[in-house]
Design a protein around this ligand. Structure first.
Ligand code: SF4
Length: 348
């Protein structure tokens, strides 16, 4: 592939310096940091992608769990599922390049259907979204008639279309609490379902959660032993985890929050060292944003999110393949839109 303006040595060096300013504090693999040489290699891609964006009237939305060279080097906006869905609704550019997994790109299409939505990683899966089908949700609805169905945003468009209200990790506890019913169906995260039950007990409003699905292959691997080890290794460490973790792990941590909730917590906290039981991409963002704080991260990389690269983002802008372009049947799109709109209404 040809890079056009990226053949200019001076421009490349300028771009490498810009990238090094953004990426120099970020861990590449565990303790390895980005070097200027890494940035020089990335520079032809970031220069060209940023140029193509302008020429094509495109915007790049990147989930925090994708690679840092995308998040910091070319994304116009990055964040968690909820923040990205809010952003996708208001995009005025003609094209949305969504660096994330397939269900997220579908969500962008549902919320802004007149735009072309392309995803560099193609049909990148998610162990949660792939854990339940629309048919299985229909069977649950038959078995438990009149019980409202909540679906975590990490679900396919077909599953969202079968549900009453979509939720994210940032609003799930409040929405579950504020619904009047004492019994709720929740898909497709079995661990988050248990965490909802625990949280509602803690809030003095217990409810029965009927759950189906699976778990996040990144967050469900963390154990109470990981928490204990980090506490033993680092004095004064503040342990933070995501509600996709096991309930015992959540109970052993100091703070449980969505991706955005973790960022806000770190920003306000006086602590200097944090144990992060989440995905590497968020740790990288925190390292870049809070260089006076230390983040310890035992492991946890989402193989699906990392399928988005500078190379396939460049290729998808230049010549998107059919499996990189999001299309949805009209009936699915309209019904899924309703469950997302309901979430926005209930989150106000
Ligand atoms: S981190 Fe977990 S929930 Fe998020 S996309 Fe990866 S597998 Fe799915």
């Amino acid at each position: 592939m040809s890079f056009g303006l990226a053949g200019n040595k001076e421009l490349l060096e300028q771009e490498a310096h810009r990238l090094y300013g953004l990426l120099g504090s970020v861990s590449y693999r565990q303790d390895l940091k980005w070097t200027y040489a890494d940035c020089l290699q990335a520079a032809p891609y970031t220069l060209t992608i940023n140029q193509l964006k302008k020429e094509q009237n495109a915007v790049i939305l990147a989930h925090s769990y994708t690679v840092p060279e995308l998040v910091l080097g070319v994304a116009d906006f990055s964040g968690d599922s909820y923040a990205l869905s809010l952003k996708a609704r208001e995009v005025s550019e003609e094209k949305i390049v969504f660096a994330g997994v397939w269900f997220m790109a579908e969500t962008a299409k549902i919320l802004n259907p007149s735009k072309q939505v392309i995803i560099p990683a193609g049909k990148a899966g998610c162990s949660l979204a792939d854990a339940i089908t629309a048919q299985e949700v229909r069977a649950l609805k038959q078995k438990y008639p009149n019980v409202p169905v909540l679906c975590y945003v990490n679900s396919t468009a077909e599953v969202k279309a079968e549900c009453d209200v979509c939720v994210t990790s940032g609003n799930v506890f409040d929405i579950a609490e504020n619904l009047p019913q004492k019994e709720l169906i929740f898909v497709p995260d079995l661990l988050m379902a248990k965490n909802i039950e625990q949280e509602l007990i803690r809030r003095g409003n217990p409810k029965k959660i009927i759950a189906a699905g699976g778990s996040c292959c990144v967050h469900d691997k963390y154990t109470v032993q990981d928490v204990q080890k980090l506490r033993a290794d680092y004095k004064d460490i503040v342990m933070i985890c995501h509600p996709e973790c096991q309930p015992e792990v959540c109970a052993a941590c100091d703070y449980v929050a969505s991706t955005k909730g973790m960022q806000d917590f770190v920003e306000k906290s006086e602590a200097k060292i944090f144990g992060m039981l989440t995905e590497q991409g968020l740790v990288n963002r925190l390292e870049a944003a809070f260089q006076d704080k230390k983040f310890v991260w035992p492991f946890g990389t989402c193989q699906y999110m990392k399928q988005n690269t500078l190379e396939n983002t460049f290729q998808a802008l230049l010549e998107p393949q059919p499996d990189q372009i999001v299309t949805l049947p009209e009936d699915v799109l309209v019904l899924a839109q309703k469950s997302l709109q309901k979430m926005f209404e209930l989150s106000k």
